[in-house]
Design a binder for this molecule. Structure first.
Ligand code: GDP
Ligand code: PGA
Ligand code: MN
Length: 608
């Protein structure tokens, strides 16, 4: 397929204009075929950018090491360039769109010299589904093309749906490293220095301009940029929800199923929960999505969710057959690994894979590495944010409904984060608006999923959307309240919960075993949706009674009491922090309902 063959009215000229600016050697259209995928992979291997993995251990798979500066999303180089600073809100970086476009046009000028410009037509959501959105990404990174081929639906079918005048979200991407005549990358991961990286969103014109990074969330523009930042703006304008949420299906021993969505910040357990293997007999959990949910009301008044993606871009470290068997199988073939370590027989290895490093490894920097378990200071062999890209269809727990264009009806929504103290294992909101309050105050310890933030410190990450909301977060809170108001039957609204799998003891051990044992909490959530859960009212919300959740192995009754107690002093400190540091940021944009819930919470805690 050639650019000359494109029949869409604006697409061809748009591509040619960008090519004129960026001056690539050639233009290639991603047609989504297996042959093209294989050809690109072969070229990448020949260029020394990646290594093929052992076909007996991991067929059809390759491993990349990125530049050490390009290992995660760059939140402080991510911009919401609304025409008006206030529309971007207090939590987003802002540059005037005219100024930003001028700067970036300067960077794009000649930036694809010596490279190929790939055109990636992609669909977020099943191709042709009424909820799906089409994007076209122009990129000079073959890594981006093959990752997008796994993560989204790419190619000729998308162009067909686009027709001659269909709408698409235009996405520009360049690694920002032009090659001089005869120069080659020599197999090095191309990217630009940090101060030249820009991950920019123009919400009014629904455009994405990315420059300088080849890493996942910065470069695979269908994911965080389109399906969250731009989609959140569309959702706000059109009355639906675009959320940073996993979607799972849970089935009871009686054969009754419910769908649950859950928002946790990056590297806080979405993929693991979505693929959980229950430890409680008779219960079954299946996967619909592990990162993003788009939710709309169906004609029956229920909120329905689709997973707009087609693959998983999961955190590798900590993933093992014990912790996440389904992810291990998903990534057992036809997968792309980034910043993992390499074994002598060309397989990947990472910290927490479930077995010791076999012999001498090549670490993610490309250096020899031998495990020294006595040495607590040893640098990890895989980067803490090392990733696997795997097709969702390979997941053993994938639910039969996962590609249903009408989505799945959501019964419960979970909010959560990583909190060593204060926040209990689970509590439920009194109603929708109280649930919006819980979502708005979520705090979490910072993880390695974003660069240049201090790992381990707590920050407020409302709805796990802090880095992903494409507009003023105060208006986003109001939008959630409005969506609740728009329900035709309030009893059909999902119940809202706040969970925390990450409580620690004073000596730093996990108080809750997590992973498959989280099924015990899901069971209580399931029962709460049916009104049969054993629960008590507390100052912070509805909680399980002491005997409502069966104890997992290794958790004592005393541990469970701690996991399910209300830490009054800790919560009063939360209230204080939200009141002085969090809510004031939003000024007039903060819905009155939320400050009123904060006052009520404080009063209840003081009376307790
Ligand atoms: P995501 O980025 O939100 O999808 O997070 P992941 O599911 O990939 O998990 C990120 C990290 O948290 C991994 O290292 C997991 O092993 C770890 N993790 C996930 N769930 C749990 C849990 O229930 N308990 C504990 N202690 N760690 C977890
Ligand atoms: P995640 O983000 O940690 O939420 O999976 C993916 C990314 O960094 O692109
Ligand atoms: Mn994930």
């Amino acid at each position: 397929m050639n650019v000359a063959d494109l029949t869409h009215s604006g697409l061809k000229q748009w591509i040619l204009d960008f090519a004129e600016l960026t001056t690539p050697e050639e233009i290639v259209i991603a047609d989504g075929s297996a042959a093209q995928y294989d050809e690109l992979v072969a070229q990448q291997i020949a260029g020394g950018y990646c290594v093929p993995l052992n076909p007996e251990k991991r067929p059809g798979s390759i491993a990349y090491n990125s530049d050490p500066s390009d290992v995660a999303r760059v939140e402080n180089r991510t911009y919401i360039a609304a025409q008006n600073k206030e529309a971007a809100g207090p939590t987003n970086n802002w540059i005037d769109p005219v100024v930003l476009k001028e700067t970036m046009t300067g960077l794009y000028r000649g930036c694809m010299k010596g490279r190929t410009l790939y055109v990636i037509p992609f669909s977020m959501g099943p191709v042709g589904s009424p909820i799906a959105k089409i994007g076209v990404e122009l990129t000079d990174s073959a890594y981006v093309v093959i990752n997008m081929m796994i993560m989204t639906r790419v190619g000729a079918k998308v162009l067909e749906v686009l027709g001659t005048d269909g709408e698409y979200v235009p996405c520009y991407h360049s690694v920002g490293k032009p090659l001089a005549g005869g120069e080659s990358d020599n197999g090095q991961w191309p990217c630009a220095p940090i101060e030249q990286k820009y991950i920019s969103h123009f919400p009014e014109t629904r455009e994405i301009w990315s420059y300088g990074s080849g890493y996942g969330g910065n470069a695979l523009l269908g994911k965080k940029c389109l399906a969250l930042r731009i989609a959140s703006v569309l959702a706000h304008d059109e009355g639906w929800l675009a959320e940073h949420m996993l979607i799972l299906k849970i089935t009871s021993p009686e054969g009754k199923s419910k769908f649950v969505a859950g928002a946790f910040p990056s590297a806080c357990g979405k993929t693991n929960l979505a693929m959980l293997v229950p430890t409680i007999p008779g219960w079954k959990v299946e996967t619909v999505g592990d990162d993003i949910a788009w939710m709309k009301y169906g004609s029956d008044g229920q909120l329905y969710a689709i997973n707009p993606e087609a693959g998983f871009f999961g955190v590798a470290p900590g993933t093992s057959n014990d912790s996440n068997y389904n992810a291990m199988v998903s990534a057992s073939k036809n997968s792309i690994f980034t910043n993992c370590a390499l074994t002598e027989d060309n397989d990947v290895w990472w910290e927490g894979i479930g077995y010791d490093a076999p012999g001498k490894l090549i670490d993610w920097h490309g250096n020899e590495w031998v495990q020294d378990k006595g040495n607590k200071e040893q640098k990890p062999a895989a980067h803490p944010n090392a990733r696997f890209t795997a097709p969702a269809a390979q997941c053993p727990s994938i639910a039969s409904e996962w590609e249903d264009p009408k989505g799945v009806p959501i019964s419960a929504i979970l909010f959560g984060g990583r909190r060593a103290h204060t926040v209990p294992l689970v509590h439920q909101s009194y109603d929708w608006n109280h649930g919006v309050f819980l979502g708005s105050i979520v705090g979490s310890e910072i993880t390695a999923a974003a660069l240049d933030l201090k790992v381990g410190t707590i920050r407020r990450d409302p709805f796990a959307m802090l880095p992903f909301c494409g507009y003023n977060m105060g208006d986003y809170f109001q939008h959630w309240i409005n969506v609740g108001k728009a329900a035709t039957d309030e009893s059909k609204l999902p119940k809202i919960f706040y969970v925390n799998w990450f409580r620690k003891t004073e000596d730093g051990k996990w108080l809750w075993p997590g992973f498959g044992e989280n099924s015990r909490v899901l069971k209580w959530v399931f029962e709460a949706c049916d009104g049969t859960a054993k629960s008590v009212d507390t100052p912070i919300g509805i909680m399980p009674t002491a005997d409502a959740i069966d104890l997992p192995e290794g958790v004592s009754e005393e541990d469970m009491r701690e996991l399910l107690s209300v830490d009054v002093d800790g919560w009063l400190r939360e209230v204080e922090d939200v009141r002085t540091n969090h809510y004031p940021k939003f000024g007039d944009h903060l819905p009155k309902e939320l400050s009123s819930f904060l006052d009520q919470l404080e009063a209840k805690l003081k009376a307790a």
